[in-house]
Write a new protein. Structure first.
Length: 346
């Protein structure tokens, strides 16, 4: 029976090794996410080779932990869903090959999924009813993309970043300010007690008639401010803590304002009833507050995933896999490979 259908989801697109068992499209029985922050923090970012080694070391244990938490066995699983792109090629390969081996040995159907679509589905997964057409916004460490969604599961790309992703810019600015990795939560924490009005930064590509994004210029503006154009400020370590907080607040306000302005502009142009936001940056409380304020003003409701579904996780993969398999069982199979450059959503 479909109401008891269990999907094993596997996600290894970057530096989280995750496995989840989901009943139907949204009931999460288990969600195991093994982070690698401890491994990469001293480098200020993800080191692909180290990430792959860690995936290899723990993926079997992570999958078993997801079974233990859900209180299920191999025999209970009806479908295996795995992300095959985009992401780090080595990391994707480990997840895909493990999923294929597991599906073959257990005789389960297998479906390969787009990491970006899973992020948008995490928002659908978190809410009972969302009105369509909608605008979908993906904001993460590696991706910043805007989509028009005439219905759930249908996508038209409106724009994406032409350089840095928004999450990547948070990491780079955090490094400039001497804040630890990962940058997103540390910038947000620092900005809470800062004054964004004291340090104004430019809004990237806001004047262009485009739904593309750019964060390289904003990052450079922060760099010049920190360095003081060759004057007294030559190192983040000698900047006063209160000024660091103001810089963090000013940067965060500029970065998030562009996201909100373009998402709501697209909603108005395409007559969208909702805005769906997904990805790791969707966990940022300042972003949620900004979208909530604009929602009240514009009359277009914005939806965010539950916090635990914002960062890379296998629960959204399992839920999306169930939806796609039920819609078209022939979509399952082994005829897919790890693809770090896959972009199109279908």
């Amino acid at each position: 029976m479909t109401e008891n259908f269990l999907t094993l989801g596997i996600e290894t697109s970057c530096d989280e090794t995750s496995a989840s068992v989901v009943r139907g499209s949204r009931e999460v029985l288990s969600s195991i996410v093994a982070s690698q922050f401890d491994l990469h923090s001293k480098y200020g970012g993800v080191v692909p080779e180290l990430a792959c080694r860690r995936h290899l070391e723990i993926i079997e244990k992570v999958v078993q932990s997801s079974f233990d938490e859900a209180k299920v066995t191999d025999d209970d699983i009806n479908l295996v869903a795995v992300v095959h792109g985009p992401g780090l090629i080595g990391a994707l390969l480990i997840g895909v090959m493990f999923a294929k081996a597991y599906a073959v040995s257990s005789g389960k159907p297998l479906i390969g999924l787009n990491h970006l679509e899973a992020h948008l589905y995490s928002t659908v997964m978190s809410h009972e009813k969302i009105a369509f057409p909608a605008i979908g916004l993906i904001v993460s460490g590696g991706h910043t993309s805007l989509y028009y969604m005439p219905e759930n599961g249908k996508y038209k790309l409106l724009g994406s970043t032409v350089d840095d992703a928004v999450g990547e810019s948070f990491d780079k600015v955090a490094s400039l300010l001497g804040l630890p990795y990962p940058g997103g939560p540390n910038i947000e924490q620092s900005a809470r007690t800062g004054d964004a009005e004291k340090v104004k930064f430019p809004l990237g590509m806001i004047k262009k008639k485009s739904y593309n994004f750019s964060y390289a210029g904003l990052k450079t503006a922060v760099l010049y401010h920190v360095k003081g154009h060759g004057k007294a400020k030559t190192d983040a370590n000698i900047i006063a803590e209160n000024e660091k907080k103001d810089i963090a607040a000013g940067f965060q306000q500029a970065a998030l304002t562009v996201l909100a302005n373009k998402a709501f502009k697209a909603a108005e142009e395409f007559g969208a009833k909702s805005i769906l936001v997904g990805g790791g940056v969707a966990r940022n409380n300042a972003l949620r507050e900004l979208f909530e304020k604009k929602s009240l003003k514009k009359g277009v409701r914005a939806y965010f995933p539950r916090p635990e579904l914002c960062t890379d996780n296998a629960a959204m993969v399992a839920g999306l896999g169930y939806i796609k398999y039920m819609k078209d069982p022939s979509s399952s199979g082994f005829d897919f490979d790890a693809d770090p450059n896959i972009r199109s959503l279908k």
